[in-house]
Write a protein that binds this ligand. Structure first.
Ligand SMILES: C=C1C[C@]23C[C@H]1CC[C@H]2[C@@]12CCC[C@@](C)(C(=O)O1)[C@H]2[C@@H]3C(=O)O
Ligand SMILES: O=C(O)CCC(=O)C(=O)O
Ligand SMILES: [Fe+2]
Length: 358
């Protein structure tokens, strides 16, 4: 039996120093445990270089006949892009934003009824990567993997079914969109379904699964010294992110520094995850990103982390590997990779890299 995503951390419990969230709204000053310095995160203060002015991730219109090559280019240079005309109904984006807002507005005691367990994936809590940092992040999250029914029943004893419907419909749209984007990006490299064994063998999407991460960044008294979500790459193939109209997401480019992704109403942000970097034999960049917070506006985001089914082995597409060199990475399943990441965090990619002989 392949392990399902919901069981992936069974052997990797996290013990966080503070098991529940503070009441963010009552704080006038940032407590020391929430105050970040470059010691807590090497790139915390990496100032944008003057060249950063005007540099922005591309906004790609999916109706444009040139979309595939634009997506391919964005995956190679930024590891991210925004999309317009993606076909996801606006009401559904509004629906998921409404759900996310209602969830985080619930009293803390109610949210804690659906707290994520130490070994679980789903539920309310701080981001899993919190265990790798000494300081706390100015955010709260809720992860959905598999059916949210049990958790939602605890949160909303009466309305849970309506909320489950929204999640289901949202995930269906995201799933189709993610698959479409992956093939557009791969097509731009001359790779088609014929070239990938698991895609050839499995019709439709039954090789795929996903997690939905809802994030809330409350208003913060001293945003310059706080961190909403610390710098990380996603472990997914692709992540599709919806952000409300408050800026906060930043991407890191070695040559530029941190670049803020401006919210464009109705559009979605797409990130290349570590598995897509592996699949593309390193051609596509899995983008380092983080979320900053705001002094006057709270921020919501919804990340759809899309990846392969637990027993699907991901390895560099043979077509993208030179006949004279070995593939850049060994093959891994999503489960194996998430477990490596749970212990080694940002060293996970280098741990599965094939080291070439000099
Ligand atoms: C399927 C996944 C992917 C996870 C772990 C698990 C469920 C939640 C995802 C996130 C969401 C928030 C950032 C991240 C870094 C985190 O802390 O939890 C992600 C992580 C990953 O992409 O590695
Ligand atoms: O809130 C954001 O913009 C980023 C969220 C994110 O990176 C994640 O959930 O993985
Ligand atoms: Fe992320």
């Amino acid at each position: 039996m392949p392990t399902m995503l919901t069981d992936v951390f069974r052997g990797h419990p996290i013990h966080l120093p503070h098991s529940h969230q503070p009441d963010f709204t009552s704080l006038r000053e940032l407590p020391d445990s929430y105050t970040w310095t470059p010691k807590d995160d090497l790139l915390f203060a990496a100032a944008p270089s003057p060249r950063a002015t005007g540099e922005n991730i591309p906004l790609i219109d999916l109706n444009n006949p040139d979309a595939a090559s634009q997506i391919g280019h964005a995956c190679r240079t930024w590891g991210a892009f925004q999309i317009a005309n993606h076909g996801v109904p606006l009401e559904l984006l509004e629906g998921i934003e409404f759900l996310t807002g209602s969830l985080f507005r619930l009293p803390v005691q109610r949210k804690l009824k659906a707290a994520r367990s130490e070994t679980g994936v789903s539920g309310y809590g701080v981001a899993r990567i919190a265990s790798f940092f000494n300081k706390q992040m100015w955010s709260e999250g809720f992860t959905i993997s598999g059916s949210p029914l049990n958790d939602f029943r605890k949160l909303w004893p009466k309305l849970h079914l309506n909320y489950c419907d929204i999640v289901e419909e949202y995930e269906e749209h995201m799933q189709k969109l993610a698959s479409k984007l992956m093939w557009l990006a791969l097509n731009s490299l001359g790779v088609s379904e014929e070239d990938i064994k698991w895609a050839r063998l499995n019709s439709d999407y039954n090789w795929a699964q996903a997690a939905l991460q809802l994030n809330h960044y409350p208003v913060c008294p001293q945003p310059d010294r706080a961190m909403g979500l610390a710098a990380h790459t996603d472990s997914s193939l692709l992540t599709i992110l919806y952000q409300n109209n408050t800026a906060g997401l930043q991407l890191f480019r070695d040559d530029i520094g941190w670049v803020t992704v401006p919210p464009v109403p109705g559009s979605l942000v797409v990130n290349v995850g570590d598995l897509f970097h592996i699949l593309s034999n390193g051609l596509f960049k899995s983008v380092l990103h983080r979320a900053r917070v705001n002094q006057t506006r709270s921020r919501l985001s919804v990340a759809f982390l899309w990846g392969p089914q637990s027993d699907t082995k991901i390895s560099p597409v043979p077509k993208l590997v030179s006949p004279f060199e070995s593939p850049l990475y060994r093959s891994v399943t999503w489960t194996e990779y998430l477990r490596t990441k749970a212990t080694h965090f940002n060293k996970a990619l280098s741990m599965i890299r094939n080291h070439r002989e000099e």
